[in-house]
Design a protein around this ligand. Structure first.
Ligand SMILES: [Mg+2]
Length: 213
């Protein structure tokens, strides 16, 4: 395995940090205050857009003409340091892994930079791929995975995808990547390995047999 693809939110830090709830509040506010959607319709539309497109943003682009960069800037404008802090243990773990490492997130590049900086692990990663990688089409759609592979000049067989969202691992597995579920409960056959927190990644990777490298 030459390349490790890490999801960001609720993967590189624990879901108990509850950072996403800050973003969640801002998504609702954006829909009401900027797009002008009635308060009572926000939750239903978010559920619908999640089900139809994987992220709220795609629904807002398609049905409300929202400027994606304006949206991404607004919803990620949160003080991440109120929920997460430096993680020297994770840093040590990542530093010991010889593979190339990239962040692959449905969030924005700017958000990823802020999170990595706050965790103090920025320099552990060689690249960050955000929702712009496939023109705002999110995981689990295969297109962003394909674009990430192209940018890294990697084959799926070279890669391990490390994620808290099972649907995103299903696509990774279908493309031929190895998959590691972080947190939650292992269920689908597309989950090769399950760890409770990202800190356990090193021992799991040592179990994955070297793949022609
Ligand atoms: Mg996640």
């Amino acid at each position: 395995m030459k390349t490790l693809l890490f999801d960001l939110d609720n993967t590189l830090y624990a879901p108990e940090c509850d950072l996403f709830s800050l973003i969640d509040v801002r998504i609702n506010r954006y829909m009401q205050e900027v797009v002008g959607i009635a308060e009572g319709e926000v939750d239903g539309l978010r559920r619908q857009y999640w089900a139809d497109y994987g992220v709220t943003l795609q629904g807002l682009i398609r049905h409300h003409g929202v400027d994606p960069d304006d949206y991404l800037h607004y919803v990620h404008d949160v003080d991440v340091a109120t929920r997460i802090g430096p993680d020297p243990q994770l840093r040590q773990t990542l530093e010991r892994l010889p593979q190339r490492k990239a962040v692959f997130t449905n969030g924005s590049h700017e958000h990823a930079v802020r999170v990595l900086k706050t965790l103090e692990i920025t320099d552990c990663f060689d690249a960050i791929f955000d929702i712009r990688i496939a023109d705002y089409i999110p995981k689990p759609h295969p297109q962003p995975y394909q674009n990430v592979l192209d940018r890294l000049d990697a084959t799926p067989g070279d890669c391990v995808m490390i994620e808290d969202t099972e649907a995103n691992l299903r696509t990774a597995k279908a493309l031929g990547m190895r998959t590691v579920l972080v947190g939650g409960k292992r269920s689908g056959e597309f989950v090769d390995h399950h760890i409770l927190a990202v800190g356990a990644i090193a021992s799991t990777l040592s179990e994955i047999s070297p793949n022609k490298d």
